[in-house]
Design a protein around this ligand. Structure first.
Ligand SMILES: *Cc1c(COP(=O)(O)O)cnc(C)c1O
Length: 218
């Protein structure tokens, strides 16, 4: 199947209320352009340098999302244009986003990455760590970094029940944060979970933004 057909197929399986991020990491500018010409405008990358090169080569109306682990020292390069940072996993990173957002006069949208998977190596706040941070109230002072929801990656397994239970935990955690910290923030509404192999389950479990790479580009 072509990229255009893949994109059509993926979009046909997503409710209209779910935003699609086409994950273009490792794929060429030519492939991204094909996807763009098929109508896609939101793309996700996970390396700052790769993103920089691609952004310069591609149309300006693309909305770029940073989906992977972001090093603090890279924030300054993406701050002027990034549309959403999916994987904020430390208070330090959030502070740096605030600093760089302020420097370039933007409010940068972010998601808190929550660790729900069984693997120990994955990045992300443990739910308790996240609560502890939010309890400090520091986030309320952030004028240029805006927390818009949560992101997670499910356990890398064939066990569907395990995957669903990871997504459910993320959703419950989202509800807790919404109720306890963001009850009057309409912008706190994003649940970013689901990749090529598990996005259908993710959508059934309440994701409203999915990050899909291989199902589109391969
Ligand atoms: C690569 C990546 C994806 C997309 O994975 P596919 O299996 O290619 O759909 C989604 N989220 C993150 C954080 C990634 O690094």
């Amino acid at each position: 199947m072509t990229i255009e057909e893949n994109l059509k197929h993926v979009k046909a399986t997503l409710p209209e209320t779910v935003e699609l991020v086409a994950v273009s990491k490792y794929h060429t500018v030519e492939d991204i352009r094909l996807c763009y010409e098929a109508g896609q405008r939101v793309f996700g990358e996970s390396r700052e340098q790769e993103l920089r090169v691609k952004r310069e080569a591609l149309p300006e109306d693309i909305e770029w999302h940073f989906i992977g682990h972001l090093q603090t020292n890279k924030v300054k390069y993406i701050a002027p244009y990034i549309s959403l940072i999916h994987a904020v996993d430390t208070p330090q990173l959030l502070r740096e986003i605030q600093r760089q957002g302020e420097r370039c006069g933007r409010t940068i949208r972010c998601l808190l990455q929550i660790h729900v998977a069984a693997e120990e190596t994955k990045y992300g706040f443990l739910p308790d760590e996240c609560l502890e941070y939010l309890d400090t109230g520091e986030f309320r002072e952030l004028t240029n970094a805006q927390i818009c929801g949560v992101m997670c990656m499910a356990t890398n397994t064939d066990d569907e029940e395990r995957i669903r239970s990871d997504f459910r935990r993320a959703h419950e955690f989202f509800d807790t944060l919404k109720q306890d910290f963001f009850p009057s923030s309409p912008d706190f509404r994003l649940r970013s979970y689901g990749m090529s192999h598990d996005y259908r389950m993710a959508v059934e479990e309440g994701a409203n933004i999915v990050r899909i790479g291989s199902a589109i580009f391969e």
